[in-house]
Design a protein around this ligand. Structure first.
Ligand code: ATP
Ligand code: MG
Length: 417
């Protein structure tokens, strides 16, 4: 039996890359247009970082993390999401201290031990955006605007923005208590997960997708009816600005998100083209997280886009191979000259190639076609005798003889022209 990839982990093959490179290049372009800089943080961290930020009784920490013992006995975890590591780095390098308003984005793989299915993998990729030091609701609206601008620039059309406020440490504890009370009566008739969460983490009950539980959940108290004055005003302003910008959204009091650190604004973008795994992007505000981890009292807000799901929303993209010059040394004695010319062309920044296997003329012409070669430069016995290459312009189907001493300049000029 040949060794295969780990279950739930996908290879991204050369044919997939045009789509991925498009998504990554678009991320860099759009995020930088909005004033964000790239940051790269490690794919593994001390386990405690995730336990402390994401929250001990969340699905991720309870059952989805890849945690292992290091050789010195320490506990390490492959990152299940990016925010925790970015916040750690921001504190460790004093980034919010030196630049009170810090805007960063990161791209890379995340790891969660979930049940693999379409759009749900054990290694998947996110592009992640985080802004630190902003408390204004304008930044909530702008962050959402950015998320949608990115999807739009990628070419995603059919999607819906879902919006909620989960309150803050002034109003949420009382709401959670109210929820816990209400669940005491109804939870025993609900699914096993809900029964377990009803007391330990009642907000998670709102995430339940079991059809039989939906009626009971819809009758539960709603966070948006119990926001404190500050949170209600903040949420009202976020909504007003989204209206102002012409960004449509659907309110959902059940959008609590799977991580404990969120406060106030939470949002998600879903697409019914994705089937059961409908969420392509999720985010929210996390004021307090930086301070909880020992940093300054800096507000935070961000979102993460799932790249695999994003790729599923877009039509496949064809590769665009680049070959400026395909060299064809046909005579045995022509190879050395062709190798030197290839090196000179590459030195001049051109994509130059030849067939190292020395196949037939016909099969080399086929290769040149497949590579999308713009020019083919032929050096056979006749050309050697004349001291001139035959250069074929593939788009125009024209040929001309170019003397040996002019060939480099000629090809440079043609290819750059
Ligand atoms: P879901 O509800 O689908 O489990 P989530 O709330 O766990 O998503 P987040 O933690 O908010 O997701 O991550 C942001 C985005 O990352 C999601 O919207 C999704 O596109 C993507 N994502 C999350 N988990 C996976 C996974 N296991 N495989 C592929 N993409 C994922
Ligand atoms: Mg999840």
């Amino acid at each position: 039996m040949n060794i295969q990839a780990i279950k739930g982990v996908k290879d991204i093959l050369p044919d997939d890359m045009p789509a991925w490179q498009h998504l990554e290049a678009t991320a860099r372009r759009i995020f930088e247009d909005f004033g964000f800089s790239e940051i790269r943080v490690p794919v593994f961290e001390y386990t405690e970082l995730f336990a402390r930020t994401i929250g001990a009784s969340t699905d991720i920490v309870e059952k989805e993390m890849y945690t292992f013992e290091d050789r010195d006995g320490g506990s390490l975890t492959l990152r299940p999401e990016a925010t925790a590591g970015v916040v750690r780095a921001v504190i460790e390098h004093n980034l919010v201290h030196t630049d009170p308003a810090l805007k960063v984005y990161a791209l890379g793989p995340m790891f969660r031990r979930e049940r693999p299915q379409k759009g749900r993998y054990r290694q998947f990729h996110q592009v992640d955006v985080e802004a630190f030091g902003f408390t204004s609701p304008t930044v909530d609206a702008e962050t959402i605007e950015l998320a949608l601008a990115y999807l739009d620039a990628c070419g995603v059309r059919q999607h819906e923005l879902v919006l909620n406020s989960v309150g803050d440490r002034h109003c949420r504890p009382a709401y959670v208590e109210r929820l816990r009370q209400a669940l005491r009566d109804v939870a025993p008739a609900m699914c096993a997960d809900c029964q377990r969460r009803a007391d330990a983490n009642p907000l998670r009950v709102l995430d339940c997708k079991v059809p039989e539980d939906q009626a009971a959940i819809d009758a539960l108290p709603r966070i948006t009816d119990h926001l404190c004055e500050g949170c209600a005003a903040h949420f009202g302003e976020v909504r007003r600005q989204l209206d102002l910008l012409g960004i449509p959204y659907r309110l959902s009091h059940r959008l609590v998100r799977g991580l404990d650190y969120y406060v106030r604004t939470t949002f998600e973008v879903t697409s019914d083209l994705l089937g059961a795994q409908s969420s392509v992007l999720g985010g929210g505000r996390y004021d307090g997280l930086v301070k909880d981890l020992g940093g300054p009292d800096a507000a935070g807000i961000g979102f993460a886009v799932g790249m695999e799901r994003l790729a599923l929303l877009l039509p496949p993209r064809e590769a665009e191979p680049r070959c400026d010059v395909f060299l064809m040394p046909l005579a045995a004695a022509a190879l050395d000259r062709a190798l030197r010319l290839q090196r000179e062309l590459r030195g001049a920044g051109l994509a130059a190639m030849l067939d190292p296997e020395g196949r037939s003329f016909k099969s080399r012409m086929k290769q040149a076609d497949k590579l999308g070669a713009r020019f083919v430069a032929i050096l056979g016995d006749d050309e050697m005798a004349r001291g001139a290459w035959t250069v074929r312009d593939m788009a125009r189907s024209e040929q001309q003889a170019v003397p040996e001493e002019k060939i480099l300049d000629h090809l440079k000029e043609k290819a750059n022209g």
